[in-house]
Design a protein around this ligand. Sequence first.
Ligand SMILES: [Ca+2]
Ligand SMILES: [Ca+2]
Ligand SMILES: [Ca+2]
Length: 208
Amino acid sequence: MRWSLILVVLAACEFPTPSEDYACRITTDCETGRVCEMGYCVIGQAASGPDASTANPPADGGADAPAPDADPFPAIAAQCVAAGYTMSPTAGGYYRPGAGTASWTNAELDCANDVTGATHLIVLSTTAEVSYMASQLGWIGLSDRITEGTFVTITGETGDQRPWASGQPDNGGGNENCAQMKTGGQLDDDQCGNAHKYVCECDGKPAL
Ligand SMILES: [Ca+2]
Ligand SMILES: [Ca+2]
Ligand SMILES: [Ca+2]
């Protein structure tokens, strides 16, 4: 009795046999909305085939892929705004003053953490940025940490503005390798470990 009961239960649980209405050899044997799999029409769309592959050919590598000459900066700028940067119309870029003071290295780390590969201590590209930094004061992305006497920007940008104060840089005490903006809009090299205010810039250029 017990075994026959189990068999009845198993029979009840057996998967239903697809009716002959859904038998097929190829998908065209099936009605719209079904594809032929393992000899039966099952609900679904054909994943590939001559018609599917040529009906909507990718125009440029995919609908979501940007055009090769698309300017990526608007997207980067949006990330910087989300990270707390604001556009300065007079300075011509996106900036974020540091929340407090820090050593040059920690200031740069704070900036670089905002948007990977796009933010860093401000590099004075233009006189407009010099004027902006003169209103903020503190560390900028310029140092001679690598080679004494050779000041380079944190991004490798060249042709930048360097309004050194009279007599600067002087490598005072033999240990001044980081540039700061002082009152009056002039630069001084100072010990990198000193704590100063600072400004971060978002221009899409990575720190080297
Ligand atoms: Ca700049
Ligand atoms: Ca130096
Ligand atoms: Ca100095």
